[in-house]
Design a protein around this ligand. Structure first.
Ligand code: FES
Length: 84
């Protein structure tokens, strides 16, 4: 079962599940469409457990370890986010 973690909390999720579940862990969201950038979050580990970069993320020219939580899904393993 895939797991989304911060430094102090974690949430079990499902394979292929939206990273929007990270809202419960403190990720802030705005548009949910990959436009506003509010959900951009640094991934400390498990970047390869996320789905491929979307066109919206590529257009935003994020630093390599940052992903838009409204755009990616978690495929497997553990993804640790740079939050508390
Ligand atoms: S919520 Fe706006 S880009 Fe993710």
């Amino acid at each position: 079962m895939p797991v989304i973690k911060t430094r102090s909390r974690q949430k079990n999720t499902i394979a292929g599940g939206s990273m929007e579940a990270a809202a419960e862990l403190g990720v802030l969201f705005g548009c949910f469409k990959g436009v506003c950038g509010k959900c951009a979050t640094t991934v400390l580990s498990g970047l390869n457990n996320l789905s491929a970069l979307t066109e919206e993320e590529a257009a935003m020219d994020l630093e390599p370890a940052r992903r838009l939580m409204c755009q990616c899904t978690i495929d497997k393993g553990t993804v640790k986010l740079d939050l508390d």
